[in-house]
Each structure stands twice: as C-alpha cells, then as structure tokens.
Design a protein around this ligand. Structure first.
Ligand code: FPP
Length: 262
C-alpha cells in the first residue's frame, strides 16, 4: 500500500511499516475533511456481535480521528452521524444511537474544550429530544470561542433537506419583498446553509466499501476529492487517516480550470 501511495511522490525513502502519519506533508493538507463513518453494523456482525457494539466502537474511532485532526491542526472536520433517512432503522437502534450521542457529549465535551475544538451540529437539530437539544446547545456555547478544529456533527442531517430549508428561507425573503430573485447567487445560497461558517469540503472519506455520497453535504462537496476504503469505521485510525491525506496530497485539483503545465 505504501508503494501505491508514494508512487508519484518524491518521498522514496519511506520503508513499509513506518508510520504514515509522520509522513504527512503539512503543506498539502485539506482545509476541510468530511467523513461518512460507515460500517459499524458490518464490523459488529462480522465479529458475531449486535450492531450496537459496532456503534460503540465507532465512537472510539471518532475520538481517535478527532485527536489526529487536532494533532494536524486541521481547520475543519465534519462527520455524518445520523441522516434524515436513518429514522427508518428499527426504533431500538435509533434510541441506542441517540443515547450514544448524548453520552458522547457528556463524556467528551470537557476534553474537546481543552483541546480548543469548536463543536457545532448541523441538520434538523430542533427535531431531536429536548434533552439532547439542550446538551447540543450547551456544547456549542461552551466551545464557541475556541479557535482550533471546527468539528461539525451531522445529526438528523440530509443535504437535500438542508438545501430545501435554504430555498424556503430565500423564497420567504422574496415574498417579504426584502430580496430580488436576481440577487440570489451561490454566495447567498451558501450563507443560508447549515455549514455557512465552514470552508468548502476538500476531501470526503467514506469507510466500509460503498462509494456514494448518501445525501451528505451535496452542495459543499462540489469540488471535493473522494477517498474510499474497505475498512469499517470502528477500525479507522490515524494511520488510515494518513493514507487518505497522503493520497489527497498527490491529487491535482483544477476546479474546472486547466493543468498549469499544459
Ligand atoms: C453507519 O454504520 C453509522 C451510523 C449510521 C452511525 C454513526 C455513528 C457513530 C460512528 C457513532 C459515533 C458518533 C457520534 C457523533 C458520537 P452502519 O450502521 O450504517 O453500518 P452498516 O452499513 O455496516 O450497517
């Protein structure tokens, strides 16, 4: 794998087994990574365990990954924790996940705060239980002035739903007479999205083999690079993150323009 990663690189002196994380070029980091943490259920089932065990292991993987993002001083990391479509799962699993989010905030917020992380939630947070909404509001308020990694969690989040809410809000402004349709441009739309304070996504990481976006950040990923791995989310760690970041560092991004050399 290391050969593939460094195939086009000048770093030919790296030996297999050496930490990939240490080899990351800090000058070639994405500003914003977005992660689809998939495969918790498959990970658990593969070990003969129930799906909830996979979700609990997924929390540990999330903690490891956030710590790695902090160590790299990444500007922004956004994760997909629960989609607007995930309500279709059995009630017991939904309840388990909601409890997990609540416990996560309770247990981790102090450390996140001392790590200078600024946490935000995106999605229809107002449809979550009042208790979880309160924890989310407290966590966001507590870390609002932190200047480190902007850590965003999608809960009851869907990209199409987010855009629908933005369109509705713009349509209301037009109806009220405070906005002309011709004044609607990309910047204005972005300012109505849940992610309005974040830079565009540079890199999407999806674990567990499926290669799709699943309604995650559909506007924000317009020019994102994609990186997929068969590894299930609970096995994800900073070395896997390093693989993704090293691969990203090799990509040539043209944003619709031409290669400078051609
Ligand atoms: C996808 O795996 C995972 C989820 C729908 C839940 C993601 C939640 C976590 C990783 C827990 C930690 C998150 C926070 C914010 C504390 P899946 O259940 O779809 O797995 P499968 O595709 O193998 O069935």
């Amino acid at each position: 794998m290391w050969k593939k990663i460094f195939g086009k690189s000048d770093k030919t002196n790296i030996e297999p087994g050496e930490s990939l994380f240490e080899q990351i070029d800090r000058e070639r980091l994405p500003r914003h990574i977005a992660i689809i943490m998939d495969g918790n259920g498959r990970w658990a089932n593969g070990k003969g365990m129930v799906r909830s065990v996979g979700h609990t292991a997924g929390v540990k993987a999330l903690k490891r990954t956030l710590k790695a993002a902090i160590a790299l001083n990444l500007e922004a990391m956004t994760v997909y924790a629960f989609s607007t479509e995930n309500w279709k799962r059995p009630a017991t699993e939904v309840e388990f996940l909601m409890k997990l989010f609540s416990e996560y905030l309770e247990k981790e917020i102090a450390e996140m705060d001392s790590d200078n992380v600024c946490i935000k939630f995106i999605g229809r947070v107002n449809e979550l239980s009042p208790g979880l909404q309160k924890q989310i509001a407290d966590a966001e308020q507590r870390t609002a002035n932190n200047t480190g990694v902007r850590f965003t969690v999608g809960v009851n989040y869907g990209g199409q739903d987010e855009m629908m809410r933005a369109v509705r809000s713009l349509a209301q402004d037009v109806k009220n007479g405070t906005l002309e349709p011709d004044d609607i441009d990309c910047k204005l739309i972005e300012s109505h999205l849940d992610t309005r304070e974040l830079p565009p996504v540079d890199l999407v990481i999806r674990t567990s083999g499926d290669m799709r976006l699943s309604n995650f950040l559909i506007w924000q990923t317009a020019y994102a690079e994609f990186w997929f791995t068969d590894t299930n989310w609970p096995d994800f760690d900073k070395e896997k993150l390093a693989e993704a970041l090293l691969d990203f560092g090799q990509r040539e991004r043209r944003f619709g323009g031409l290669n400078k050399k051609k």
